[in-house]
Design a protein around this ligand. Structure first.
Ligand SMILES: Cc1cc2nc3c(=O)[nH]c(=O)nc-3n(C[C@H](O)[C@H](O)[C@H](O)COP(=O)(O)O)c2cc1C
Length: 148
């Protein structure tokens, strides 16, 4: 059937300090384990970029739920694909802090599949290549909320 993956960005409605982020992650990770959803959440001051992946119906429901959450607004889907496999299979919701300029780079990157590059068994967009590179760098410098 394949794995549905959505990457979106949004604007935080509140100031997400460390404690707020941890509270959000605790709840998200518990739900995601139950629903076999994996992914990562990147937080920049006042902004989010999140990748969620899982069974198609579970992802539709989660994205709808996330869209109704008043802790953020102005959600914008950057990429919505069916893939042969997960990219963040070991993360119930990995998380890391990024800078505003890294956020802007991600938001303005090319996410269209037309300009995708080959990556092992699949084609991925330059935006997703950048997201993975940022994530790889974050993993080499672990931060507290990074744990899955
Ligand atoms: C930026 C952001 C990312 C979120 N990511 C997830 C997520 O990956 N999984 C999840 O279950 N909820 C996530 N949430 C929370 C949902 O919007 C919603 O509050 C939650 O699913 C409700 O769970 P509950 O019914 O167990 O209280 C996120 C919220 C925000 C603002």
């Amino acid at each position: 059937m394949g794995i549905r993956q959505i990457v979106y960005c949004s604007q935080a409605s509140l100031d997400f300090n460390h404690l707020r982020l941890i509270a959000l992650l605790n709840c998200a990770r518990e739900n995601n384990r139950r629903n076999e959803i994996t992914g990562i959440l990147l937080h920049a001051p006042g902004r989010f970029v999140q990748c969620i992946e899982g069974e198609s119906e579970a992802i539709s429901q989660l994205y709808q739920q996330i869209g109704q959450d008043d802790r953020h607004r102005d959600l914008c889907v950057l990429q919505d694909l069916i893939l042969p496999r997960r990219f963040f299979a070991s993360w119930s919701m990995g998380c890391g802090e990024i800078s505003r300029s890294q956020y802007l780079e991600l938001e303005t990157a090319k996410w269209e599949q037309l300009v995708a590059v080959r990556h092992g068994d699949q084609w991925i967009s330059p935006g997703f290549v950048l997201m993975q590179a940022i994530w790889a760098r974050l993993q080499s410098r672990p931060q507290i909320p990074l744990a899955s």
